[in-house]
Ligand binder design. Structure first.
Ligand SMILES: [Zn+2]
Length: 283
């Protein structure tokens, strides 16, 4: 599932090409995906691209914000309708990496097609858990973003987290507590902070939690720097996708040596998600 750095990466890329373009037409074949009448956006100009947690928002005139949640398998692909595009260049991809990143579109996973006056934006979603909605209420329920929090907000969050008495990993992935952290960055931040994922939040000190917030920031910023994680070789071959996967600390590294102490990384299931940690470095 794409997390904050992956969504931020596509936001930064779309920002360069989509602002100023007018939506000409929309086609959709999935009622499950689309929660609003997208017709109201036709004829309107894009004035900004925003992101709240893992939700991407394309901002149109009249304060209409088109929200995308990628969930497990959502992806956005932009093809410019220009000379550059006819030469096979200029494609922008984001979200769950699949062969569709490099295939001809639309594909059988394409749910919605947005025709702009300078390019075509495809929303593909194999499993159809993702959604598209105008001014989604969902974003109101999102907690603050670690990379935007002030030190006061972090202190408040730490007090709140200590009262939750749940495993720390499930708390930092709870989008109502803090938003944007998913499985990859939660695993890696906990390793950086030397905290076992199963630790109950009330048994951690304020200092440990403060360190954890710093490490969440570290891995998210690194994720953004490397354009997110795209663990798919064929994508890499085309020069598309991010490179954070080359910097995983523990995520997806079961049985491989810890980067610090060389102990084999363990994998357990916690809160239904694959959870990776070093049994020596994390306490
Ligand atoms: Zn270790």
């Amino acid at each position: 599932m794409p997390e904050l750095p992956e969504i931020e990466t596509i936001r930064l890329q779309l920002q360069k090409v989509l602002i100023g373009q007018t939506l000409v037409r929309v086609n959709s074949n999935s009622k499950k995906t689309v929660k609003s009448d997208l017709g109201v956006l036709v004829g309107k100009k894009v004035i900004g691209i925003e992101r709240l947690g893992k939700v991407l928002l394309i901002k149109f005139a009249n304060d209409l914000k088109l929200g995308f949640h990628f969930k497990m398998t959502g992806q956005l692909i932009y093809d410019p309708t220009s000379l550059k595009a006819s030469l096979g260049a200029g494609r922008i991809v984001g979200g769950h990496p699949t062969q569709d990143f490099i295939n001809k579109l639309p594909s059988k996973h394409t749910r919605v097609i947005f025709y702009f006056d300078g390019g075509i934006l495809y929303f593909n979603d194999h499993r159809k858990f993702g959604w598209i909605e105008i001014n989604p209420k969902f974003v109101d329920s999102l907690g603050p973003e670690p990379i935007k929090m002030t030190s006061d907000e972090v202190s408040k969050a730490i007090k709140f987290i200590k009262r939750l008495r749940r495993p720390i990993k499930t708390i930092i992935m709870d989008q109502e507590v803090i938003s944007g952290v998913g499985n990859i960055y939660a695993n890696d931040a906990l390793w950086e902070a030397g905290i076992t994922p199963q630790s109950r939040s009330d048994q951690l000190t304020s200092n440990q939690l403060s360190v954890l917030f710093k490490k969440i920031n570290l891995v998210l910023r690194e994720g953004i720097k490397y354009g997110g994680a795209t663990a798919a070789n064929y994508v890499d071959l085309q020069g598309l996708g991010g490179h954070y996967q080359e910097h995983f600390r523990v995520y997806n590294r079961e049985g491989k040596p810890c980067l610090v102490c060389k102990t084999k990384i363990k994998k357990i299931i916690l809160g239904g998600r694959g959870t990776y940690f070093c049994p020596v470095c994390q306490r």
